[in-house]
Design a protein around this ligand. Structure first.
Ligand code: GLY
Length: 402
């Protein structure tokens, strides 16, 4: 074949490659959405100052019960303790209000002891969303030491025979791993980058590979919990804890997976993870049970759809993940992801979801579902809905160079 015939073929192959796509995709943030985001950030600033008044010095906000008007707070060991300082810092990063940074520093002083907690897999959420964000804004040796200790504590839960980090402690014969655990791996990548010790990186990659193998169904929906045999690594059970049924697609679990594999691709550049994230995105976005406003029902297989409760937290996580994934993927999918992230931001900014000032206990968003089967945190605000909503808005602004 003549060179003049080969060149167009080579050129079109380059166009569809993800690396090239990353440089070529252009996204057009809408001025109206950017204005909504500016207003949301100002409102969230005031709202989080109000939230700060609802907690005692050692407490972390957990949720608010609209029917009783009561706050529910936690101690630093609760898996969500990093989201409150994380949200304060994300807001501070956007509007430089020193009062938010002061409150974040204060509460991180209470949180710091969790760096040595080896009884939870949630250290990524707890420590990376807080100290990791603080360290990105203003790197400090003390933040780095806390993050490194946290990565070491998390690594103690890795079992090489299973190929996973243990999520929940339970009886000795069980080794329970939940899809949410994908979110804790970012801390390990940070630790390898920071120290040059590849053992953290290897744990993250092994955990992700085992998760692809055992958590995902052929259509790229995910089980919530896999129970492994701790001695042989064999799968003993595939089930749910927070979803509607063992074979259902619990919405937040799907969102954790989407976000987690997007981070895996960012950190490794291994196309296998990009494919996984794209396939999860297709499961979500082509799902006939995803409403037009893109806020999922709490479980894609809840029996009372369209009357099932929505989960704003799953929507916020999806928006943030899609607004990163669109940077890595081919043109058509990239625009769909960008527009879906945008739609979610627009929907969550409406009065249905965004609380009026000094209501909702001081949380930004209403209508999330924590643990439906346990009957807890149903149709309430949750700290992680706020955190990923603020992160999604920040990512959207990034496309306008702001
Ligand atoms: N990691 C627990 C949850 O998503 O509710």
């Amino acid at each position: 074949m003549k060179i003049t015939k080969i060149l167009p073929v080579v050129f079109s192959l380059l166009l569809v490659s993800p690396v090239f796509a990353q440089q070529k995709n252009t996204f057009k943030p809408q001025k109206a959405v950017l204005n909504t985001i500016s207003a949301n950030i100002m409102d969230a600033d005031a709202q989080y100052k109000y939230l700060a008044k609802q907690i005692k010095p050692e407490e972390f906000p957990k949720t608010f019960h609209p029917e009783t008007g009561k706050m529910e707070n936690s101690n630093s060991g609760w898996w969500c303790s990093g989201f409150y300082p994380g949200t304060l810092l994300e807001l501070y990063g956007q509007n430089h209000d020193e009062a938010l940074k002061t409150e974040a520093d204060r509460i991180m002083g209470v949180l710091a002891k969790e760096q040595f907690n080896t009884h939870t897999h949630d250290l990524g959420f707890m420590m990376y969303c807080s100290f990791g964000t603080a360290n990105k804004l203003q790197p400090k040796p003390e933040y780095k030491q806390i993050l490194l200790n946290s990565a070491k504590s998390l690594s103690t839960r890795f079992n090489p025979t299973v190929g996973c980090i243990k999520s929940w402690d339970s009886k000795k014969s069980d080794f329970l791993v939940i899809i949410d655990n994908m979110m804790n791996l970012e801390l390990l990548f940070w630790a390898t980058r920071e120290t040059g010790d590849s053992s953290f990186y290897k744990i993250a990659v092994t955990h992700a590979n085992t998760t692809i193998k055992n958590h995902y169904r052929p259509g790229f929906s995910s089980y919530h919990v896999i129970n492994y045999n701790a001695e042989t690594g064999a799968v003993q059970e595939k089930k749910t804890a927070q979803g509607f049924a063992n074979e259902s697609a619990w919405a937040r679990g799907q969102a954790w997976g989407l976000y987690g594999f997007t981070v895996m691709y960012r950190e490794t550049k291994d196309k296998k993870y990009l494919d996984q994230a794209n396939n999860i995105a297709k499961f979500l976005l082509n799902n006939p049970n995803l409403p037009a406003d893109k806020i999922p029902y709490w479980d894609f297989n809840a029996t009372n759809i369209p009357n099932a409760l929505r989960d704003a937290s799953a929507a916020a996580i999806m928006a943030s993940a899609l607004l990163e994934l669109c940077r890595y993927t081919g043109k058509t999918d990239a625009q769909t992801y960008f527009k879906t992230g945008e739609t979610i931001i627009k929907t969550l900014s409406l009065p249905t979801y965004k609380a009026k000032p000094e209501t909702n206990g001081g949380f930004i968003l209403q209508h999330s579902v924590g643990h439906f089967p346990a009957g807890t945190e149903i149709d309430v605000p949750l700290t992680y809905a706020d955190y990923y909503f603020v992160e999604a808005m920040e990512r959207y602004k990034g496309f306008a160079g702001k």
